[in-house]
Design a protein around this ligand. Structure first.
Ligand SMILES: NC(=O)c1ccc[n+]([C@@H]2O[C@H](COP(=O)([O-])OP(=O)(O)OC[C@H]3O[C@@H](n4cnc5c(N)ncnc54)[C@H](OP(=O)(O)O)[C@@H]3O)[C@@H](O)[C@H]2O)c1
Length: 241
């Protein structure tokens, strides 16, 4: 019997790359997002391998119903990947983008990941992975809500990892921290070391397979993460991001 996965935020970018790679490796994949035409386009490429579920991750009650229903349609879930997320440069600190980023990256993220963890608890195990960002390492002035919300995700996933390891270790929790990946979101001014989606997806799926706790994508971003963490506050605060 084929393995089953859910990829939340599979309409484009990294989520789509992961969903397509999983299908090429024999998985049946439940794909979600708001842009239904893109979900249908993906399904058309291999109709028996994809199950489509359209929903907005910010619509809390609906998310829970939709995920439950998708798990039933799949006949179980072995792997859950959360890739949905938003991030905008917000130099003028407009309030609306700050609040909508928190809604998707904090409230939506928590709703979906919380569901997945409890699903795996009931099922007796599974693999949970979510895409945070290198941006969660420090607070960046170019988009305060983005770096703060990614920092929240990093801590939430760390907490789940601790919970899983002290509760029998049957659930693996992988925090994926990309630098820049070649998607609509990752291709702005000042981006460098931009990884193709295919390369990023391969590294992500390998890390999940190996039940890694934290993975930097691509690998060299680990160095940037260490440098950012070590950088003294007075120097960091003078950097123009
Ligand atoms: N690309 C990078 O350089 C980079 C770097 C670090 C971290 N990341 C993280 O990687 C993840 C994927 O980003 P990406 O680069 O692949 O960008 P993307 O192509 O814009 O993909 C974002 C995905 O999130 C979904 N999404 C956004 N808001 C949603 C909502 N309210 N409800 C349901 N789905 C929603 C989108 O689907 P719909 O619009 O169809 O709903 C889409 O499938 C994000 O969490 C991002 O923060 C990306």
């Amino acid at each position: 019997m084929s393995k089953k996965a859910i990829v939340v935020g599979a309409t484009s970018g990294i989520g789509r790359g992961i969903a397509e790679l999983l299908v090429s490796r024999g998985y049946t994949v439940g794909i979600t997002g708001r842009r239904e035409h893109l979900l249908n386009e993906i399904k058309a490429s291999s109709p028996a391998s994809f199950i489509v579920s359209t929903f907005d991750i910010n619509d809390t009650e609906n998310v829970l119903e939709k995920l439950e229903d998708l798990a039933l349609k799949l006949g179980g879930v072995d792997l859950f990947v959360l890739s949905s997320g938003v991030g905008k440069r917000n130099k003028d600190l407009d309030l609306e983008p700050e609040l909508s980023t928190i809604m998707t990256n904090v409230t939506g993220f928590t709703t979906a990941v919380n569901w997945a963890y409890k699903y795996f608890e009931k099922a007796g195990g599974g693999k949970l992975a979510s895409i945070s960002s290198i941006a969660g390492t420090r607070g960046f002035g170019l988009s305060p809500s983005y770096s703060a919300s990614k920092s929240y995700q990093i801590k939430y996933l760390e907490a789940l990892r601790q919970k899983a390891k002290t509760s029998g270790g049957k659930i693996s929790v992988t925090d994926i921290r990309p630098g820049f990946v070649d998607t609509a979101m990752g291709n702005g001014d000042g981006a460098f070391w931009i990884a193709p989606v295919e390369k990023a997806s391969k590294q992500i799926v390998k890390a999940i397979d190996n039940k890694r706790g934290v993975v930097f994508v691509t690998k060299r971003w680990r160095i940037i993460s260490i440098l950012l963490r070590l950088m003294p506050r007075p120097i960091f605060e003078r950097l123009k991001f």
